[in-house]
Design a protein around this ligand. Structure first.
Ligand code: PRX
Length: 691
């Protein structure tokens, strides 16, 4: 069916895990021949002669202080965001209306009569003004190997890919599942979808075939883009095989584009299309689809406390504006900076601060494919030195892992380019904050602990932006972003006023980055985020507002746990474990873990007729959870108990299990409402025997 065309260099390609370099020539291969590239070979941000993005005080010169601007953003959201949207985004059709919300239905619309294409904003306008500026700096898994991709190259590759998708019948509103390594191909695929108005659903390439299949099915995706393999931390991951297993369960899928990462021979089936060959048939121009501001940009699946993962839906203009604005003002991004967010593109952090925020601002953004400890615990800082990184944004779990090693792993590398450090995904504890701030940042960088969520689209609470010279305190996100009004609520729904108080962390304003719905289930969106506290968005987290008015996050208030910065619903793990024929009942909770933040702890009751040894059962369960969800979801501990603590109505009292798992049996509180209070002691005994 396909024409045979000129050879095209793959986007995500080149060296095998062993480091051998492929032979095909091409623009994206230029830097791949060297096994190590010296700093002087890297084009940092290229030409930086374009007009820099104005500081917020220049946008609103009549408002003299940060406090005035913040208050203005809350009092006059239409003027505030309207002005930014006009000056910072390129519109196909200018909007006249800034908002058309229907809060009673939890329907939010920003710039509803405006039209823009996200890919034009992220690529074309920069390719026009500074085509040779590096857009992507791909830090490959292979140590010492990097690949710069300019805005011109990114535009060409995005357009080719968009043409391939269009020619294959992918159109506006169609969902495309991406299961890819952190690579230029992943970014080009996201942008190619945006180009033609398709909706991407990136699935983290660590998820199992089953998890991928359920996400493909929920989204009704007909097209999948993947690669032959992935490499991470020196290990090969068989991406195509996982996709094959997933697609076998998804009759909706009609085509799978297979790019190359390692150039290993993979089995191609009737639905599979070699991406490199398809790309070689297409040109580098692609007319962008005309997109309404509220057209869907992407779905991203995330865990809730109940049910299957939900497809959080983000739309085009509001999301992009919020990602770009937070990227500029939280991180104090300036032209010429090299922005290093080491998140995987499969998570929201990767979407907003590897791809959309930085590219909308015309930045040079790093794609980090590896792990913090490969080939050694100096990897991050060696990368900082080699690429001249100015901003380093990562998860606390990586910091907690690295601080266990000798300081020399940090000190031996030049970190003088660093200006801003950032942390996201889980609480940043004092020890990790000081290690990051004092050792890595030499106490001269600004460290921002940023609180936000998949659903918020971008950073909501963070020490910056703030008044010039305002203090940054250790281990708390502190201040709300422009347009964000944090509200603390009590269980009965009332608002907690004043300072030195705790409550459920809600938001009392509508910001442009808020997710618009849960794909295919608006009722679940309303029930989850807007029903618990009437009139407010409920985050699921608890928070403390201290005497100075700064915010501290106290953790999830629901059955979601945070393992190595990855969100996990305990119900998902329970569902997976219940598939084992010998398991009668199970309750999963999180417990404090020194490195991972939280670990997974499973309490279980086995059926009487078990014929396997308990070790065999535990091994089966590990495999089961890995195959149903992902490796990070596998419980650290499986504790076989004689019973679970239930109320008279049969509800498991998880707070008791959390205390047992945290080894705090002295803090159980009132257990008198249990149907059988004596069961608690037998669980504690089982815990002690197991230690
Ligand atoms: O519990 C909060 C925690 O991560 C949750 C959001 O997870 P996810 O949607 O996967 O997005 C992670 C990346 C934005 C929140 O409900 N969380 C996120 N950032 C912080 C945090 N907890 C404490 N401090 C943070 N800075």
């Amino acid at each position: 069916r396909r024409k045979s065309c000129h050879p095209h260099p793959p986007l995500c390609c080149a060296s095998s895990p062993e480091g051998s370099v492929s032979k095909a020539p091409g623009p994206l291969r230029s830097s791949l021949r060297a096994t190590s590239v010296s700093k002087s070979d890297v084009i940092p941000a290229g030409d930086i002669t374009s007009t820099p993005i104005p500081e917020i005080t220049d946008v609103f010169p009549e408002l003299h202080t940060h406090e005035h601007i913040h208050q203005f953003s809350l009092d006059h959201p239409e003027e505030f965001w309207g002005q930014l949207a006009r000056s910072r985004l390129e519109w196909q059709r200018e909007f006249k209306t800034v908002t058309a919300h229907e809060p009673e239905k939890a329907i939010f619309r920003w710039f509803p009569d405006g039209q823009l294409n996200v890919s034009v904003n992220c690529v074309d306008r920069h390719a026009r003004h500074h085509p040779d500026r590096v857009a992507l700096l791909w830090e490959k898994d292979e140590p010492g190997q990097q690949e710069p991709i300019t805005y011109r190259q990114l535009k060409d590759e995005m357009c080719r890919l968009a043409n391939v998708l269009r020619a294959s019948g992918v159109g506006k509103g169609d969902r495309v599942a991406l299961y890819l390594p952190v690579s230029p191909l992943a970014v080009a695929s996201m942008l190619a979808c945006a180009r033609i108005g398709a909706v991407h659903s990136v699935v983290f390439a660590g998820f199992s075939a089953e998890a991928l299949a359920s996400r493909i099915q929920d989204a009704g995706a007909e097209t999948v883009i993947t690669t032959d393999q992935a490499v991470r931390g020196g290990k090969v991951i068989q991406l195509k095989q996982v996709v094959d297993a997933a697609v076998a369960k998804c009759p909706s899928v009609r085509q799978v584009f297979v790019g190359t990462r390692t150039e290993s021979q993979v089995k191609m089936g009737p639905k599979d299309i070699a991406l490199d060959k398809a790309l070689s048939c297409e040109g580098t121009e692609c007319e962008p689809a005309v997109q309404d501001a509220e057209d869907l940009l992407f779905l991203l699946y995330t865990s809730g406390s109940t049910g299957s993962p939900k497809g959080v839906a983000h739309t085009s203009a509001g999301y992009l504006l919020y990602a770009a604005t937070t990227h500029k003002h939280v991180f104090d991004y300036r032209d010429g900076d090299v922005f290093g967010c080491v998140a995987d593109v499969g998570w929201i952090t990767g979407h907003s601060y590897v791809v959309y925020g930085p590219l909308a601002n015309g930045a040079t953004t790093v794609l980090f494919e590896s792990t913090p400890t490969y080939p050694n615990p100096g990897r991050y800082w060696e990368t900082v030195a080699r690429l001249g990184i100015t901003h380093f944004y990562c998860a606390p779990t990586a910091l907690r892992l690295l601080l266990r090693y000798e300081d020399d792993w940090v000190k031996r590398y030049d970190r003088s380019t660093l200006r801003v450090l950032g942390s996201v995904g889980e609480p940043l504890n004092h020890e990790a904050w000081h290690w990051f701030n004092d050792l890595v940042g030499e106490k001269r960088c600004t460290l921002v602990d940023t609180w936000w969520q998949t659903e918020t689209g971008g950073i909501m609470i963070s020490p910056r932006p703030s008044a010039p010279g305002a203090p940054v305190l250790p281990a708390l996100p502190m201040r709300p972003m422009f347009g964000v009004k944090p509200v603390l609520c009590e269980p009965n729904g009332g608002v907690v006023e004043g300072m030195g108080v705790d409550g459920a962390l809600c938001v009392g304003s509508v910001w442009p980055g808020i997710a618009r719905t849960i794909y295919g289930d608006h009722k679940r969106y309303v029930d989850t985020y807007f029903s618990p506290y009437k009139g407010y968005y409920f985050s699921g987290d608890g928070a403390h507002r201290d005497q100075d008015g700064y915010y501290h996050i106290t953790g999830r208030m629901d059955d979601v746990i945070n393992v190595t910065g990855h969100r996990l619903g305990t119900a998902e793990v329970e569902d997976a474990m219940m598939e084992h024929p010998d398991v009668a009942e199970v309750a999963v909770v999180g417990f404090p873990h020194e490195v991972k933040g939280e670990g997974v702890f499973a309490f279980m009751i086995l059926k009487d007729h078990t014929h396997e040894s308990t070790e065999e059962i535990k091994n089966d369960l590990r495999k089961l959870v890995r195959s149903k969800i992902a490796g990070y979801a596998v419980p650290e501990t499986f504790l076989i108990c004689p019973g679970l603590p239930k109320t008279r109505s049969g509800k498991i009292m998880r707070r008791i299990l959390r205390k047992v798992a945290a080894n705090k049996p002295g803090e159980l509180g009132d257990i008198s409402t249990l149907a059988d209070p004596t069961i608690v002691q037998s669980i504690i005994d089982a815990y002690n025997e197991n230690r």
